[in-house]
Write a protein that binds this ligand. Structure first.
Ligand SMILES: [Zn+2]
Length: 270
């Protein structure tokens, strides 16, 4: 499942194709993904120029000169194919530029989404309204995190996955950041000291930046046969490594909580 760094990488790949370009075709090939695709998408995008692209949490943003923003989510299996030679069954939405480039949103499981909204109303988009700060922004620091965790009896891992606390973090990067910070995933959020939260904030930013950098290098050679923007493999510290040895020599453990696997080291993380 794509997380923030994968979405950031995807946006960078799309930016190289779409930024500054006029869209001559915007075609939805079915009526819905996870929910209905707006019926006015074609009319609002056709003939519009892409001014810039961005990201909010795990959503990609395509801003046009008509002050519209196309918002996409990749769901579980979504990816954009760049200049595909042919259109496949699961290519559900296609954009073509005046210079002849083409991108297709491919999503076999259809957990992704497409929406279009007035750009100046972006903050009131239903999923952005109560969303916490971007983890890589200055607005996310130990003081802010300490403030929102005050009195919370929930395990820290659940708090970090809560999009209202911090935006865009998923299971993989939360496991990795908690390990890097030496904090147990089940530590009670409200009882973690300010000093340890400072370490946690640094760790979160570091794992994301490293993953985005890895994505960037993937992007450079993403000229795969179908020109797809893939997800990149990563050497995780604990994620997916149950039974293997942590850098400290103790085994990586796994427990399941609310259907999600938590990977951690009981020796390094308290
Ligand atoms: Zn360890």
């Amino acid at each position: 499942m794509p997380e923030l760094p994968e979405v950031e990488t995807t946006v960078a790949g799309l930016r190289a194709v779409l930024e500054g370009e006029t869209m001559v075709r915007a075609e939805a090939r079915r009526a819905d993904l996870r929910w209905p695709i707006p019926v006015d998408l074609r009319q609002r995008l056709t003939g519009a120029k892409v001014e810039s692209l961005g990201r909010r949490a795990k959503y990609g943003l395509i801003h046009t000169d008509r002050q519209d923003t196309l918002i996409f989510h990749l769901g579980m299996s979504g990816r954009w194919r760049v200049d595909p030679e042919s259109i496949e069954k699961h290519d559900h939405f296609i954009l073509e530029t005046a210079s002849g480039r083409r991108v297709a949103l491919n999503d076999p499981r259809r957990f992704g989404s497409l929406d279009i909204i007035d750009s100046d109303r972006l903050d009131s988009y239903r999923f952005f309204e109560t969303m916490g700060p971007e983890p890589l922004s200055e607005a996310f620091d130990a003081q802010v995190l300490h403030g929102v965790l005050q009195g919370r009896k929930t395990p820290i891992k659940a708090m970090l996955l809560n999009q209202n606390i911090v935006a865009g973090l998923g299971n993989i990067y939360v496991c990795e950041a908690l390990h890097m910070a030496g904090i147990s995933p089940v530590a009670i959020a409200g009882s973690i000291s300010r000093t340890r939260l400072e370490r946690l904030v640094v760790a979160i930013k570091q794992v994301l930046i490293a993953a985005i950098a890895a994505g960037g290098s993937t992007l450079r050679d993403f000229a795969a046969p179908d020109g797809a923007l893939g997800y990149f493999a990563k050497d995780w510290r604990v994620y997916g490594r149950e039974g293997e040895l942590c850098v400290c020599g103790a085994p990586v453990l796994r427990r399941v909580d609310s259907g999600r696997s938590i990977f951690y080291c009981a020796k390094c993380q308290r």
